[in-house]
Design a protein around this ligand. Structure first.
Ligand SMILES: Nc1nc2c(ncn2[C@@H]2O[C@H](COP(=O)(O)OP(=O)(O)O)[C@@H](O)[C@H]2O)c(=O)[nH]1
Ligand SMILES: [Mg+2]
Length: 215
């Protein structure tokens, strides 16, 4: 994907830093095929658990509080729920999010192929321009790999995108993957003009650090 293609028909970069009660809000969007392992990465990062049914209840986003350089950062982890089309709060979050993590399953070749066929195209069409993107290959604890590390690394390097592998079962690489997303998001935020604004998904109710439901 060359730079000019990346910017065709895309939303202008947002210059909005979401601040609520003095805390910076960072929005990260996880996307990728159904079953790729998105919810499991969120569950592992937020609560340090694997396969907790709490994470299958259809929440729009999960919240985790982080402290960075003595500042409180509310990290919101959004999941694009399997489909290629997004609606309502998730679409709005997509347009405002600070970084996208595209997840594929290392034991499923088509989930890897769909990064280019579906997900990167989707980011080009729906995300803000210059939206940072990270590629994450998950389930690396499982036997029967269909995508080896070197292939995925070469692919990501060719697009100049950061790449890492994870296992939500063991926890391997999960913090590193999410925190690289946060670092890229913070870089983007610090480059922008700050102003106070809550985007259109303000009608989403929130229980701090325990996820939320659309009301
Ligand atoms: N062994 C293993 N299984 C995983 C891992 N991540 C997800 N799974 C399993 O893969 C299935 C789909 O995961 P899920 O997170 O719901 O995928 P999503 O549709 O992308 O949100 C579930 O049965 C998970 O238990 C992983 O890292 N290792
Ligand atoms: Mg899911």
């Amino acid at each position: 994907m060359n730079d000019s293609r990346r910017n065709v028909g895309r939303h202008q970069p947002h210059n909005t830093v979401h601040i609520r009660d003095g805390r910076v809000i960072v929005d990260l969007m996880l996307m990728g095929d159904y079953n790729a392992g998105k919810t499991s990465i969120i569950g592992r990062f937020v609560d340090g658990v694997f396969d907790n049914p709490h994470y299958w209840t259809g929440c729009s986003f999960y919240v985790k509080t982080l402290w960075m350089d003595n500042s409180e950062v509310k990290l919101r982890l959004w999941e694009a729920m399997g489909g290629e089309r997004f609606r309502g709060p998730v679409l709005s979050a997509y347009r405002h999010c600070h970084c996208v993590i595209i997840v594929y399953d290392v034991t499923n070749r088509s989930s890897f192929e769909n990064i280019e066929k579906i997900w990167l195209k989707n980011v080009e069409e729906n995300g803000s321009c210059d939206l940072p993107v990270i590629i994450v290959g998950t389930k690396c604890d499982l036997p029967g790999r269909q995508v080896d590390y070197v292939t995925a690394k070469k692919f990501s390097d060719s697009l100049k995108l950061p790449f890492t592998e994870t296992s939500s079962l063991t926890g391997y690489g999960v913090d590193r993957a999410i925190m690289s997303g946060v670092a890229l998001a913070m870089e983007k935020i610090l480059q922008t003009v700050s102003c106070v604004r809550e985007p259109e998904y303000a009608n989403v109710s929130r229980k701090p650090d325990s996820g939320c439901q659309i009301t």
